[in-house]
Design a protein around this ligand. Structure first.
Ligand code: 5AD
Length: 356
């Protein structure tokens, strides 16, 4: 899709034209990945973070947060719950916490892989490629790293680099992750102050250029205990992308159209903006994945990357029941098996054929 076409979809008024976008995205979803909604159990391992991203509630300098790190046994309890609930994947997400050592994560992966059939997705930020490699060898299947925005100046403005490091290219990191053999996921925030429609259109084109297996997007939600929480606007006038649920849905739809076979979650940020319908709308605008939260309740409210995050007071069982009800309400079915990316399966088959 051309940049102009994408910009037209992002900016057209609500009404019949926009209904066409939704219908096309939903049809493409149905034809390429079917009606199954894959369930990924999310475990938030640690809210300790060495980074100071200007928008994120668990940034290093937010001293109002009580910090935690989960134990190996608690993670295994989540893994067994995921199996019991019929989920195919466990997603291990956390801040850039040096205490989540390469050896610890390696041990977690090995235990999950020996004791269950679950696919393992990691979402642990910018780590040393040697660690990514080691975890892949330990059995991890997938890695999520959002590039947040493809506008480099905007990215640098809101992501102070790692201490002692120069600013980094997430695009290059995503290619490294792909080379290591991960199913690779990325995505962006929508409506970052200073983000223009043309930036967002380029983000969406980049999803296709990177041949992503997974794409997760959500509106930016201001957090009062962050520097960006008090920014008024980015001074972009009517070129500024709004951080609304409606804009989030347009981006989900366009992500589906440019990457028809990708796994696309209806994210927590969508659910946070409309507690009743946000997640269901995501599933109707092209998404085919839900990530119910399995994090032990005592840690849940502490993983507050943005305020009033959906499901922050639910038990894992309530999160599962809510997801199953939504799927049934839409006449869809819970996915069976691991829900691997079609792109990755194809790629693995062709490279095997080449080897043979
Ligand atoms: N609003 C919306 N999304 C946020 N994230 C972090 N902070 C916020 C916020 N304030 C998103 C980022 C990150 C993902 C885990 O959560 O895109 O990659």
């Amino acid at each position: 899709m051309t940049k102009q076409e994408i910009m037209r979809w992002l900016q057209c008024p609500a009404g019949s034209e926009l209904d066409t976008l939704q219908a096309r995205a939903d049809k493409t979803r149905h034809e390429h990945v079917g009606d199954a909604v894959h369930l990924r159990g999310l475990v938030e391992l640690s809210n300790i973070c060495s980074r100071n991203c200007l928008y994120c509630g668990i940034r290093r300098d937010n001293h109002a947060v009580q910090r935690y790190r989960i134990t190996l046994e608690e993670i295994m309890d989540c893994a067994f719950k995921a199996v019991e609930y019929g989920f195919g994947t466990l997603v291990l997400q956390g801040g850039e916490d040096a205490g989540l050592t390469a050896a610890f994560i390696g041990e977690v992966i090995r235990r999950i892989k020996t004791e269950t059939e679950l696919a393992v997705t990691l979402s642990l930020g910018e780590r040393d490629p040697a660690e990514w490699k080691m975890w892949r060898e330990a059995g991890a299947d997938r890695y999520l790293l959002r590039f947040e925005t493809s506008n480099r100046a905007l990215f640098d403005r809101i992501h102070p680099p790692r201490e002692g490091h120069a600013s980094t290219s997430r695009i290059a990191m995503l290619k490294t992750l792909q080379d290591i053999g991960y199913e690779t996921g990325s995505g962006v925030m929508i409506g970052i102050p200073g983000q223009r429609y043309s930036d967002l259109a380029e983000d969406i084109q980049l999803f296709a250029d990177l041949q992503l297996d997974m794409i997760g997007v959500g509106p930016y939600i201001p957090h009062p205990q962050t520097p960006m929480g008090s920014w008024k606007d980015g001074g972009m006038g009517d070129e500024q992308v709004p951080n609304s649920l409606a804009m989030g849905l347009r981006v989900v739809a366009l992500a589906r159209l440019v990457c028809p076979g990708a796994n696309i979650p209806s994210t927590t940020a969508l659910a946070t903006l409309d507690g009743k319908a946000g997640r269901e709308m995501g599933l109707c605008w092209g998404a085919n994945v839900i990530m119910p939260n399995l994090t032990p309740l005592k840690y849940r409210r502490l993983y507050e990357i943005y305020p009033s995050k959906a499901a922050s007071t639910e038990t894992p069982e309530q999160s599962r029941d809510a997801a199953l009800k939504q799927i049934e309400f839409l006449g869809r079915s819970p996915g069976r098996g691991r829900g691997d990316s079609l792109y990755h399966l194809q790629y693995k088959t062709t490279s095997k054929q080449k080897e043979g």
